[in-house]
Design a protein around this ligand. Structure first.
Ligand code: UD2
Ligand code: MN
Length: 444
């Protein structure tokens, strides 16, 4: 869709949203904002936008939960400032650094509204943000609802509208990811884009939930530290406990997406996030947790002892070159970069790929892609259109033929380093690749 069309249909949707009517008796919400070392301006931008853009009768209070910040202006000056505001704003202090999950739980415990709305501490609520959220919960208190998250630039602080064309998913490292809303969900909402989008997962920072439902499903996992994992954990919890998770397209809230965090991760970033993700995997993912253990670097240490058996119909493989005995490896590289080749380590991580039913060779949401003869093998976003991402594996000859170019996956030496490439198929050992299924214990 070209940008002009997108903007056209967005503003059309905006128009439909503007004329929507909401019941008078919507539930009241408490807004819980947790923060650690937040900047004064962004925190207050959040608070003021809530006050000036929420109908007063729908706003019970705002709770600012300070997760043991170290900045003086967030202490007494903040308390003096909020006393003068026309809405009850309470500053709650954690005794020690507890992480955003336990800080949110404290806020929820202190709050009194029928609905609890969580926001990050660097947001801007837009006019009309609240009514559509509360209306969905009023319709069914098992609806958990997110606004469309607009982008506030972390350089200029300008406000850029988000889209209703993406929703939440995740990869097997258990990172939250945005994906295009699938056609079936577009079809379900055909003719009325003001209908909420059902989303598998949420980004985590901005959502409203009925207080009783929140308690019924067991709130958050209080054993999770600092940051990460709780968003997928809550998403899985909701879908597995009789709820629905939705993006309400008539509600927009901006969020500053930061390139760096203004805080530390006591114990180490990787360790903290891995611990949270393991809790999430163990509690909610049944045997699917094994994909996580194979693919995530921290989990893979467990892998050799676990020897997971993975659900039928899905497979992940290592791809080893018969001549050099080295394995395809994404080298931790990103979209548009070249795939690499490296000594096989059997630890999963960067050396596992899925050879999909659509015959793509896939790592996360990137697919091996070749666009010119004898050219480099790049990792591009999977487009599911076959084309340059279609590979035919011949289990007898052990070749991976790139169908479009009719060349075979091979390797070349470039600046003293092995790099995958495609070449005329010639039956040489350097064009033979062993796909080993990581999920069959006996292959160890
Ligand atoms: C996203 C979510 C965030 C959370 C996170 C995963 C959005 C827009 N943001 O990351 O809410 O779900 O994914 O965990 O969906 N904070 C504390 N104590 C800490 C660390 C953070 O209070 O130890 C606060 C922080 O000040 C902020 C909030 O928690 O208000 C979220 O942290 P973030 O903004 O750094 O997370 P973000 O947006 O990268
Ligand atoms: Mn944030």
């Amino acid at each position: 869709m070209i940008l002009k069309d997108l903007q056209g249909s967005m503003s059309e949707m905006g128009g439909q949203c503007k004329t929507k009517l909401y019941p008078d008796n919507l539930p009241k919400t408490s807004v819980v904002i947790v923060f650690h070392n937040e900047a004064w301006s962004t925190l207050l931008r959040t608070v003021h936008s809530i006050i000036s853009r929420s109908p007063r009768h729908l706003l019970e209070e705002i709770l600012l939960v300070d997760d043991a910040s170290e900045r003086d202006f967030l202490k007494q000056p903040l308390e003096l400032y909020v006393q003068k505001l026309p809405v009850p704003v309470l500053v709650v202090r954690m005794e020690e650094r507890s992480g955003l999950i336990r800080a949110r739980l404290r806020g929820a415990a202190v709050s009194r509204g029928q609905v609890i709305t969580f926001l990050d501490a660097h947001c801007e609520c837009t006019t009309g943000w609240l009514e559509p959220l509360l209306a969905r919960i009023h319709q069914d208190r098992n609806n958990v609802v997110c606004p469309i998250i607009d982008v506030i630039s972390d350089e200029t602080f300008e406000y850029l509208a988000g889209s209703d064309m993406t929703y939440g998913g995740f990869n097997w490292k258990l990172n939250f990811r945005w994906y295009p809303v699938p056609q079936r969900e577009m079809d379900r909402r055909k003719g009325d884009r003001t209908l909420p989008v059902r989303t598998p997962t949420m980004a985590g920072g901005l959502f409203s939930i009925d207080r009783v439902y929140f308690q019924e499903i067991g709130t958050y996992d209080a054993g999770m530290d600092i940051w990460g994992g709780e968003n997928l954990e809550m998403s899985f919890r909701i879908w597995q406990c009789g709820g629905k998770l939705e993006i309400v397209t008539c509600s927009h809230v901006g969020h500053v997406f930061r390139k760096a965090t203004p805080y530390t991760f006591p114990g180490g970033t990787g360790q903290v996030i891995n611990k949270n993700n393991r809790r999430l995997a163990e509690v909610w993912m049944d045997e699917f947790k094994n994909f996580f253990y194979i693919i995530s670097p921290g989990g893979s240490m467990l892998f050799s002892s676990l020897r997971p058996k993975v659900v039928d119909g899905m497979s992940i493989e290592t791809i080893r070159n018969e001549e050099t005995n080295q394995c395809l490896d994404n080298m931790g590289r990103k979209e548009n970069e070249k795939i690499g080749i490296f000594n096989c380590h059997s630890m999963g991580g960067n050396q596992v790929f899925s050879y999909t039913a659509e015959k793509e060779i896939r790592t996360d949401d990137l697919c091996l892609d070749v666009s010119r003869l004898s050219g480099p093998v790049l990792m591009l976003k999977c487009h599911h259109m076959k084309g340059n991402q279609l590979w035919e594996y011949d289990r007898q000859r052990l070749t991976l033929r790139h169908v479009n170019s009719n060349q075979c996956l091979d390797k070349a030496v470039e600046q003293d380093r092995q790099v995958p490439t495609v070449q005329e198929c010639n039956g040489s050992r350097s064009q033979q690749w062993i796909l080993r299924n990581m999920t069959v214990p006996s292959s160890f």
